[in-house]
Ligand binder design. Structure first.
Ligand code: SF4
Length: 628
């Protein structure tokens, strides 16, 4: 429990502002590792909000705890790529050497072992976060070394005795053993641009309307995955009246398999921040917020230093770059671990100090967002791209990509390939080209767009159930079989936020990949909608039954129907939570058909005795079962 004095110090640092509750809770964690019930009571009294409001936030996020954890807290990524790259052996080694199981703290209080969702290191798995430091390419041998050193009392920083990673990862304010793995550069990643040169020259000759018109002419679409036209979003934001307007950079890169924003934040922070300043100029915003996922906390001081440098050069603050009346500044808000905060309204809730629960829409954030002000939320890559477009002009940008999908896209490629990393490709690139450039062989499937995507196979594409399914099924990405590798990345064919995961023929798509994706959605639901809270678990259990060989044809129909009900969920997480199963039924139907008992209509694997065992014990009753 924190002392009254400590709580007072922390509250004073944040002006007793209840909307800074995330920062207040993060500071208490920084100080003592957890936030107790007594701490929450003190916060509730001092901030003038209910205990329940404090508790809601303090219990929502993965990296918050209400009980003491270990001196060293180890969060091991459980995404599918980590699993494919040897997570099980690494997990076993941690449990063996730390003397405790995952999900618990060792008896001596030294080690806390926890699972966590994708930490944005898919190109260097298995990876873990130990006391906010990133450890990549783990092996059982390396785990033993780490645990030995922790037992000697070394700090997390001192555990990293290897060379630091590439590029800015060796910066004194980062010092991470993360490598960038930039494999292919094009118009965004080529370092042929002097940072802030657009801001200090051409921008001064353009009106806000002209800036928006240029972005509209480029047909730039949001790079987070949704693909909403950026110029239109800026126009809506500018049009909406408000005492303040807000630009948010969404750096909550949580979709499993994506890590391109990590690399942009590490190597191109000036481009991102310049994009925010330009967006502020265009929309008339005066408040800037960058929401940084907790997993990227190791970049926090580095990014803040960049902001300080910008203020010194008058690229932030009042009368930016000498333009009278153009006042704008940026604050970085750390998250605390919640995939759903990638959804823009959930992210805004989190920025206001609440649990990251998506809002009902309308109103949309451009009408009523952060603290009720018109708010424009843009992805990291979108903002970086906007600067390059404005610097060179929309006509130049239009010479890249395809007719309906202009420019380039940053891909995060991982899985079964020799060269995982970041590839900047023009829209229109085929999956076959991606296979070749990433050094993948014997490929069974490619997941485009993360777990919320879709699995495409070779069989059953004309199946009646499938055509019915496709009337309402709108995937945000796809898993694609070899037969379809000539398909092109583009908004008219394969739109994507950039996550590309490759699976070779040694992988069991249902028990390894689809199960992992379903566990992810179950873990990450904010549990507000009954559909999203319950149906993914039911679907997962039904899939397990099929994998175990007890499934019947009706189970496939049940899965299809339940997936349809999920579409009634409030946000994209719940709406797409059934996609791993639905899309695998659609495109890998044969994997289901091979496992079900096609000649029986009854579930031979169901045991009424077993299903009622717990309640029978509780009620102390012995019913008579009649077997047919
Ligand atoms: S769909 Fe799921 S994540 Fe989205 S609001 Fe509903 S419960 Fe929360």
């Amino acid at each position: 429990m924190a002392t009254d004095e400590k709580i007072y110090q922390i509250l004073s640092k944040f002006d007793q502002d209840k909307t800074r509750l995330m920062d207040i809770l993060l500071s208490i964690h920084e100080d003592q590792g957890f936030v107790s019930a007594d701490d929450m009571r003190k916060l509730s009294e001092s901030l003038g909000i209910s205990y329940a409001q404090v508790q809601e936030t303090a219990t929502f996020y993965h990296f918050f705890s209400n009980t003491p954890k270990g001196k060293y807290n180890i969060y091991l990524n459980n995404s599918i790529t980590s699993v494919l790259k040897g997570r099980a052996a690494v997990k076993e080694a941690f449990e063996y050497y730390c003397g405790t199981a995952f999900g618990s703290v060792s008896e001596d209080g030294l080690f806390g072992l926890f699972d966590t969702s994708c930490i944005g290191m898919n190109d260097q798995e298995p990876a873990a976060i130990i006391n906010d430091k990133i450890f990549t390419n783990l092996t059982p041998f390396r785990v033993k070394q780490l645990v030995d050193d922790m037992r000697k009392g070394l700090s997390a920083e001192e555990l990293m005795y290897e060379d630091f990673g590439s590029g800015n990862n060796a910066d004194p304010d980062i010092r991470a053993m993360v490598t960038n793995n930039i494999r292919k550069k094009s118009i965004i990643l080529k370092k042929d641009y002097e940072p802030f040169s657009f801001l200090t020259s051409k921008l001064k000759t353009m009106s806000p309307e002209e800036v928006i018109a240029e972005i509209e002419a480029s047909n730039l679409r949001g790079r987070g995955g949704a693909g909403f036209p950026t110029g239109l979003k800026w126009r809506f934001g500018r049009r909406t009246a408000g005492k303040h307007r807000v630009i948010i950079c969404n750096a909550d890169e949580g979709e499993p398999g994506t890590f391109k924003d990590r690399v942009l934040l590490t190597e191109y922070p000036e481009l991102i921040f310049e994009g925010m300043v330009v967006a502020a100029y265009a929309t008339g915003a005066d408040i800037g917020l960058l929401y940084l996922r907790y997993e990227y906390k190791y970049l926090y001081h580095f990014l803040n230093r960049k902001l300080t440098e910008m203020r010194k050069k008058n690229f932030l603050g009042e009368s930016i770059a000498g333009m009278d009346g153009f006042d704008f500044d940026i604050r970085i808000q750390l998250g605390a671990g919640a995939y759903v905060c990638g959804e823009e309204s959930a992210l805004i809730e989190s920025l206001e100090g609440k649990r990251g629960e998506p809002r009902d829409k309308p109103p949309f954030p451009v009408e009523k967002g952060y603290l009720g002000y018109p708010t424009i939320v843009n992805n990291v890559e979108t903002l970086a791209t906007a600067v390059k477009i404005l610097h060179h002009g929309a006509a130049w940008y239009s010479s890249f990509g395809t007719k309906d999908s202009l420019g380039t896209k940053l891909l995060s490629i991982s899985g079964d390939c020799r060269f995982p990393g970041i590839y900047e490709v023009e829209w229109g690139t085929t999956l076959r080209e991606i296979v070749a450039m990433s050094g993948a062989e014997d490929v069974q499937a490619i997941q485009v767009g993360g777990p919320s995507g879709m699995i495409i196979g070779m069989k059953d594409v004309n199946n009646m159930d499938n055509s019915e399914l496709m009337k309402w099924y709108k995937p945000s990405g796809m898993m694609i079989a070899e037969k379809f590798f000539d398909r092109k990345l583009s908004y008219s064919d394969l739109p994507t936020g950039g996550s590309i995961m490759i699976f070779d023929n040694s992988r069991d798509l249902l028990s390894e990949v689809v199960m992992n994706f379903m566990n992810f959605f179950i873990e990450e639901s904010c549990a507000s909608c009954s559909t999203c809270r319950n149906i993914p678990l039911l679907m997962k259990n039904k899939l397990q039954k099929i994998i175990d060989g007890h499934g019947i044809r009706q189970d496939i129909y049940d899965l299809l129907n339940w997936g349809k009900i999920l579409k009634a969920s409030r946000c994209g997480l719940g709406q797409t939570a059934g996609n791993p199963i639905l899309s695998s039924i659609f495109h890998f139907r044969h994997l289901y058909e091979q496992r079900i008992q096609s000649l029986t209509q009854f579930d031979s694997g169901f045991s009424l005795e077993k299903a009622t065992e717990a309640s029978r014990k509780y009620l102390n009753k012995k019913p008579v079962f009649h077997h047919f």
